[in-house]
Design a protein around this ligand. Structure first.
Ligand code: F6R
Length: 623
């Protein structure tokens, strides 16, 4: 989950690399570095500058040690092997070769032992340094950098996106990809305003969007040589191949903060638009997914949802929606657990990966395993052409636009919209097998579609309560712990509310199924433990109210999320956040929004780094 950028052209590389790294900082931000080739009397030398901490530290280091080279690579790191120190920061260097890497080299210990025997000296604790030495070693028998990289990756196991420059090959950057995202940005004078040819490489398109909208996606196993004339690519079988060029239509401004204090706050406010775009992408009149032909589970088949973190919470809602609406058995697995528990896949099962980034290593591995075991695969992704989207048989895109804040918000609610649409679509194809009355099904579908279409304006009205939620947040910002309770669809909402709070405010927060309280967590309740209760109208409401009473009678302070017009709740809770009434199956989409705001304002009040919370990265591309 580190970020990679590379540039080769006629412009000074350092500012372009720094600009790209700033855009990539959400992928990892514990150290950063650049390696830029400089020509003195025509003999290129490497100008390598690295700094622990955020990109700002690298900027300062480069100001103290400037360079006007026009050919370089850069990296922002999220530590896996070796602490976040300057020595462990990329690029790593060996005999004129500089390397930046995203991923993990699983056999790095064995390679390191062999390279030590061969006389190479290690300066860092990283797995990446072995790559620099492997390439330097391979260059002793291969004159071309491309071949040396091919020979090196053939010895590696694990995942990599690599970007390599070499003093002996000053006209090229060589890149390689295996199970980690990497794309090439081709010269685009219209976007950059520069007529002279140049080429970029990046782990994420947002890093180069100001300079090119013309990109080439690499496949796993590809090695590519980039020169100012373009890219020469070989595949896993060493055959020369061409890859599709695509045009990016995203607006670069969409990736800026647009006046909001944090990306997270901006993205929370973008939800009405993101949801509208997701609906528009998949609903045409009364038809849902009209031109799509997703795989259907066989009469005895199941739907298996695979995801991590916030996307897993969306998947938990998906299970309930699929079972209740389509009467198809559904299971949810944490993607990180799935492939290690020898899962049973039967003929006719379909597996759905849910992922904002489409690059999460655990989810990618889990869906690959489900496919290998015979499930038909589908994904719900936000990032177009991401690894998971490309790996699965079919994909439903959420049209949330780029999500920059590490804490996911609009990706979550659009995933819920996509899962709701999918459940309604599936119900339309399975109801006759279940003996459900078609008229009743159609009526329910119409009611759900009406609520779905109204979601953007419903969420606008929730966002209007931001100041009230901010006032409530101020009252709770100094607590140490917080409990979140919900039942049915309210349970994943509670889990998600607690995850948002803990990841950005560093407060300890737990989500619980409210019926589970009496089986243990109730022992925690006292006046120091505020409890957020998802108490919106719907099945189970009365039971949630009983659980809320249990909390109150033990001195707990309650913040309730309740449906407008509920008069009894104000007698029972210290603070109430009202949301508009809606079909109970879609209430999680609405009830999640005030919890995002509550977490945001508490974190902001506590002065944390909301968009880049400590220890986290946006796209978790390591296992
Ligand atoms: C939390 C958060 C993470 C991600 C998780 C999966 O706010 O963003 O928990 O949901 O890392 O990421 P994706 O959805 O990209 O697979």
């Amino acid at each position: 989950m580190c970020g990679i950028i590379g540039y080769l052209g006629t412009r000074t590389a350092a500012p372009l690399l720094l600009e790209g790294l700033a855009k990539l900082e959400y992928r990892g931000y514990d150290s950063a570095g650049v390696a830029i080739l400089e020509r003195h009397d025509e003999a290129p030398t490497t100008h390598r500058v690295r700094a622990a901490g955020k990109i700002a530290h690298l900027v300062t280091a480069l100001e103290a040690s400037p360079t006007n080279g026009t050919h370089g690579i850069g990296h922002t790191r999220w530590a896996t092997h070796g602490g976040p120190t300057q020595d462990n920061a990329h690029p790593h260097f060996s005999e004129g070769v500089s390397v930046v890497h995203n991923g993990i080299i699983e056999n790095h210990a064995a390679l390191r032992a062999r390279l030590l025997e061969d006389g190479f000296e290690f300066k860092s604790e990283t797995d990446t340094e072995v790559i620099a030495h492997l390439i330097a070693q391979a260059l002793k028998s291969h004159s071309r950098l491309h071949e040396a990289v091919q020979a090196s990756v053939a010895q590696m196991q694990g995942a990599w996106a690599l970007c390599v420059i070499s003093e002996r090959h000053p006209e090229e950057i060589v890149v390689a990809r295996h199970a980690s995202p990497l794309l090439i940005g081709l010269h685009d004078a219209e976007t950059s305003g520069h007529a002279t040819p140049e080429v970029f490489v990046a782990s994420d398109v947002s890093a180069i969007l100001n300079h090119t909208r013309s990109v080439l996606d690499l496949n796993d196993g590809d090695v590519a040589t980039l020169t100012i004339k373009g890219a020469k690519i070989t595949d896993v079988d060493l055959r020369q191949v061409t890859r599709r060029t695509r045009r990016i239509t995203w607006n670069a401004v969409a990736a800026e903060k647009q006046g909001y204090k944090h990306f997270m706050l901006k993205e929370i406010h973008e939800q009405p638009k993101a949801i509208r775009d997701t609906i528009l992408g998949h609903v045409d009149g009364d038809n849902i997914f009209s031109k799509r032909n997703f795989p259907l589970p066989s009469p005895h088949g199941r739907v298996i949802l695979l995801a991590c973190g916030t996307s897993w919470h969306a998947a938990l809602c998906g299970k309930i929606l699929i079972e209740q609406l389509a009467r198809v058995p559904a299971e949810v697995d944490l993607a990180s657990e799935f492939r290690y528990r020898q899962p049973v896949i039967r003929e006719g099962d379909i597996a759905i990966a849910v992922s904002q980034s489409g690059e999460t290593a655990d989810t990618l591995a889990a869906i690959r395993e489900a496919g290998r075991l015979g499930a038909k695969t589908l994904s719900i992704c936000n990032v177009v052409d991401s690894s998971i989207a490309r790996m699965t048989g079919d994909v439903i895109y959420t049209h949330a636009g780029p999500e920059i804040s590490v804490a996911s918000t609009k990706a979550f609610t659009t995933q819920l919209v996509a899962l709701s649409l999918f459940s309604v679509w599936l119900a339309g194809r399975t109801s006759s097998d279940n003996g459900e009355d078609e008229g009743a099904r159609d009526e329910r579908e119409r009611a759900l579609l009406t609520t779905i279409r109204n979601l953007p304006s419903t969420i606008e009205s929730v966002l209007e309560h931001r100041e009230r939620i901010q006032r409530i947040a101020r009252r709770y910002a100094q607590y140490r712990d917080m409990l979140y309770l919900g039942r049915g669809l309210g349970y994943p909402v509670a889990l998600e509310g607690a995850l948002k709070l803990k990841e950005i405010s560093y407060m300890h927060a737990e989500g619980y199924a409210s019926g589970e309280m009496k089986h243990g967590p109730i022992a925690l309740i006292d006046e120091t433990m505020p409890v957020v209760v998802i108490a919106t109208e719907g099945p189970g409401y009365e039971k949630v109210i009983s659980n809320l009473e249990e909390v109150r009678s033990r001195g707990g302070r309650v913040i309730a999320v309740a449906t407008m017009g509920d008069t009894q709740i104000e007698q029972l809770a210290e603070d109430v956040i009202f949301v508009p009434p809606a079909h109970p199956m879609l209430q999680p989409i609405i009830a999640s929004v005030p919890l995002q705001l509550l977490a945001y304002y508490i974190a902001d009040q506590r002065g944390t780094d909301v968009d880049q919370p400590r220890n986290l990265a946006k796209s978790v591309t390591v296992e």
